[in-house]
Design a protein around this ligand. Structure first.
Ligand code: FS2
Ligand code: SF4
Length: 544
């Protein structure tokens, strides 16, 4: 096996024996085979128009290879079979990419090719979340095929760089599509206080990013005496009007993904995984875990699409059962959550209310400062900047992870001067989102904009502020201080670079898939900076 796609990769170079994430060599090799089959599908799509199922397979196939999503080689194999089937229908002469060529060759070319592939994986997750809410964009869909074809082609370094910039623009479109899907289905997020108290009685914990799954679970648990708690990237759900209207969406349980093995032990409730980040579960709680859609782990219970025919040997019925794809009509995935509801009632929850706290001991979390909420008070923000009350904005956002160096982000927020505002998003915020660092003239100093894909909101806010101040985004008193872990962070970074955003700080370590030369190009062109210490970085930023 070879995999170097995430921040925790072995020795900062690549996992070759077993994944640090728990991925086995068999699964890693199957995922490579899947990727190479998707190149074949991309090639076949150059000849004939792909079907709805081919589009679904393109998105789900890429999504399934993201870190901490699917550890089940049988399911990856099902996907490969479905992809080959579709490819042959389009163009039986189209060849898959040779697996041996995927991670080998000239170091810089491997680096550039891998960066595009990993970005495509990230974008596939966003495209899928939009798709289940009935939003699809032809240009985004077509780019998956184009991008996968490119993975199988020879390109010069310059051509690869151009492809990466083009991809960054397409990913912006895809994040915009997901923003539209979420706000159309659930309304615009409003600033919302979220409690960390878990009330006595039966409950279900929902983790991952899929708001459509959460909505269906809320509908199906209403009036049944079961409370719902968000976990990790699901926290921003509390801010959407069409989700917060459910009185039994009570609060948030736990922190970011890397703490799940500790947090889910001894909890008298089931946990639903709608996407990443799934860690191999401990035996003590594996029987309480339910996966759905693209998430998979051998032996864990899986919630299939409600329309699927169980135990059918037809390849299409299997696709429907395992992944919720392959239906003829264009309808949104429907789930039947009865098994998880029964489990919640059986386990019964705690006998007494339990007060939990965040990493720093805080018991209340604020979320819902997405673009609409922030731009709604834009005048106030602009006045505060003009009056000198707000000196600088930091976007401290991105993924969390297990490395000790990630404490940088907590310290950064704690040490940021009192006349600065912290925008944040994604699961890295759990390092500091329970801190009370006050407000500036009624504007809270920590503004949680949402999930990782809500980087779209942050971009919109930055563009609007640049318009108001009649300057470029790079001239704003705004610095991005990002933490990365998996491949969605890769596609977001490429979008930021494609937009020409400079001086981005990145950590806790640099991606293993960036070769020395490619990194030098990014540093020269975009002034990308590895993080150092919070003190030095804050000082350097504010004295610029
Ligand atoms: Fe966090 Fe994991 Fe959001 Fe990433 S919950 S690292 O998938 O996408 O961020
Ligand atoms: Fe290693 Fe990360 Fe790949 Fe898992 S996803 S095998 S930890 S590089």
């Amino acid at each position: 096996m070879f995999c170097f796609q995430c921040e925790q990769t072995a020795g900062g170079k690549g996992c070759t024996k077993v994944g640090v994430c728990g991925k086995s060599p068999e699964v890693a090799n199957k995922q490579d085979e899947l990727t190479c089959a998707l190149v074949g599908l991309g090639r076949a799509a150059a000849k004939n128009t792909p079907s709805k199922l081919a589009d679904e397979l393109m998105m789900l196939g890429l999504f399934a290879t993201i870190t901490n999503v699917n550890f089940d080689k049988l399911r990856i194999n099902e996907l490969i079979n479905l992809i080959k089937d579709e490819k042959n229908k389009l163009d039986s002469s189209a060849k898959d990419f040779p697996v041996n060529d995927l991670w080998t060759g000239n170091e810089d070319i491997v680096s550039l090719r891998s960066t595009l592939l990993l970005g495509l994986r990230g974008m596939a997750a966003y495209a899928w979340h939009a798709y289940v809410l009935d939003k699809k964009d032809d240009e985004v869909t077509a780019w998956f095929y184009k991008g996968m074809r490119a993975i199988g082609e020879e390109h010069t370094a310059e051509e690869w760089l151009n492809l990466l910039m083009e991809f960054g623009q397409i990913n912006l479109k895809c994040m915009g599509l997901l923003d539209e899907a979420n706000t159309t289905a659930f309304g615009h997020p409003v600033p919302t206080k979220v409690s960390t108290l878990v009330e006595k009685g039966p409950f279900i914990v929902v983790t991952g990013h899929d708001l459509h799954d959460l909505k269906q679970l809320l509908e199906q648990t209403e009036g049944k005496g079961i409370n719902i708690y968000t976990h990790s990237e699901m926290l921003p759900a509390h801010a959407y009007p069409e989700l917060k209207k459910y009185a039994h969406l009570k609060g948030n349980f736990g922190t970011a993904w890397q703490n799940q093995q500790k947090e889910f032990d001894n909890v008298p409730a089931p946990i639903l995984y709608t996407t990443n980040c799934l860690m191999p579960p401990k035996l003590s709680y594996a029987d309480r875990i339910f996966t759905t859609a693209v998430v998979g782990y051998p032996e864990l219970k899986h919630i299939p699409d409600a329309n699927s025919k169980k135990d059918s040997s037809s390849i299409l019925d299997k696709a429907m059962e395992l992944f919720g794809i392959g239906s003829k009509e264009n309808k949104m995935a429907q789930k039947d959550f009865t098994p998880i509801i029964s489990k919640a009632l059986e386990l019964g929850g705690w006998k007494e209310d339990k007060q939990f706290a965040g990493i720093n001991g805080g018991t209340e979390l604020m979320t819902g400062f997405a673009r609409n909420a922030v731009l709604g008070v834009a005048d106030k923000v602009i006045d505060a900047v003009k009056a000198g009350a707000i000196k600088h904005f930091f976007l401290v956002g991105g993924c969390d992870g297990a490395r000790p160096g990630r404490n940088y982000y907590t310290e950064f927020v704690k040490k940021a001067p009192k006349d600065t505002v912290i925008l944040t998003l994604a699961c890295g915020k759990y390092r500091f989102n329970d801190l009370n660092i006050g407000d500036i003239g009624g504007i809270p100093r920590i503004l949680d904009m949402g999930q990782c894909n809500d980087a779209y909101s942050a971009i919109q806010v930055a563009v609007a502020l640049a318009g108001a101040f009649k300057c470029g985004v790079n001239d704003l008193p705004l610095t991005l201080v990002l933490s990365w872990y998996e491949q969605k962070a890769v596609c977001i970074l490429l979008t930021l670079l494609a937009l020409g955003i400079k001086n981005i700080y990145i950590g806790p370590t640099l991606p293993a898939f960036l070769s020395g030369n490619v990194l030098n190009i990014l540093v020269e062109k975009f002034n990308l900076k590895p993080i150092s210490t919070p003190e030095d970085d804050i000082q350097a930023i504010l004295s610029r």
